[in-house]
Design a binder for this molecule. Sequence first.
Ligand SMILES: NC(=O)c1ccc[n+]([C@@H]2O[C@H](COP(=O)([O-])OP(=O)(O)OC[C@H]3O[C@@H](n4cnc5c(N)ncnc54)[C@H](O)[C@@H]3O)[C@@H](O)[C@H]2O)c1
Length: 372
Amino acid sequence: MIAARPVRIAIAGTGNIARIHARALTAQGAAGDGTAAAAAIVAAMDVDGSQLDSFCAEFGIPGAYRDLPHLLSRVRPDLVHICTPPAAHREAALACLRAGASVLVEKPPVLSLREFDELTAAEGGPPWFATVFQHRFGAGQRRLRKLAASGALGRPLVAVCHTAWFRDQAYFDVPWRGRWDTEGGGPTMGHGIHQMDMLLDVLGDWTEVSALARTQARTTLTEDLSLAHVTFTNGAVASVLNSVLSPREESYLRFDFERATVEVTHLYGYGDDDWRVTPAPGCEDDVTAAWKHAAGDGGGEARSSHAAQFARVLAALRDGRRPPVTPPEARRTMALIAGIYASAFTRRPVTPADLAPGTAFYTAMNGGREAW
Ligand SMILES: NC(=O)c1ccc[n+]([C@@H]2O[C@H](COP(=O)([O-])OP(=O)(O)OC[C@H]3O[C@@H](n4cnc5c(N)ncnc54)[C@H](O)[C@@H]3O)[C@@H](O)[C@H]2O)c1
């Protein structure tokens, strides 16, 4: 438990997403007891000195480091936000956990299920390991999760999960993008991961996936498109699209329950107005009232955002609790992605048992293969 003082945070990797982190942390208000700010960014680290210096100057961060072990031993932060490119996540997270610092890592947390299990084995509980999936934390998703779990919407029957985004060739020309060894995959791993995480957050464990993937239009070593259908333990089925070839961009999730359809249409973040609830005939009053009154787990921001997740992470650390998103939750999302790739490469349905330790797609997202 961290006493009534700010959670001392370091940020590793000071590029684009780190600026969203720093702004969201700066915006965290005073702690509940009013005695201290919720968080202080005490240090930052980057292998690129000019990037690091401009970041520290912009956010008034006192400690600038080019080497993470050095930062960890000198600063001893409570929490490190890992905002490096994906290939550097594993080593940075291991260094933090071994030094006793909790970790909040950007998506994708690591490049394979094997790396994921290696990291969670290094957790001390505390220090904890958590993943950034900010779209779990807007009010709409929290309401839906709560209502689905309570049974108020009836049985979930069918769902649609579309990530239809657009990235031109220049996007893939950045050296670490679109490669298995540095990004762990294409839009399934790098973009659709957010929507699939929302899908699993509501529908729970999956039992089987069938998928195809293509490199349809971009010059990239990974897919630029995947399509999947997924079966869940509760009997629901879902259709999943992950594309970066879609000029009219949209993130779309649709859940058809026995008693209502619940939909959200957004792009990189949703507010309350982006959700639509359509009750089944005869369920109008009950469903409308249930949606209105299911304010989610303890209120908080209506929009999905890094700030909404960080507020919960900081509150948990201050109380000595495990922060969200927990390793089993993040692992389940990673495993679905591994399953999509395994099915696309092997051209057959895949179950979680096919991704057990020692198997090819546990070890690497592409199972050691190169072409579809
Ligand atoms: N949650 C989201 O919505 C979201 C959105 C965009 C990106 N991301 C994720 O954030 C991460 C970073 O993406 P970005 O767009 O900010 O990348 P970026 O290229 O803009 O920034 C990465 C920074 O990390 C530094 N770096 C590289 N290797 C390093 C190492 N070994 N140690 C320390 N620093 C190192 C680079 O010099 C650079 O400053 C990726 O995992 C990406 O998938 C998440």
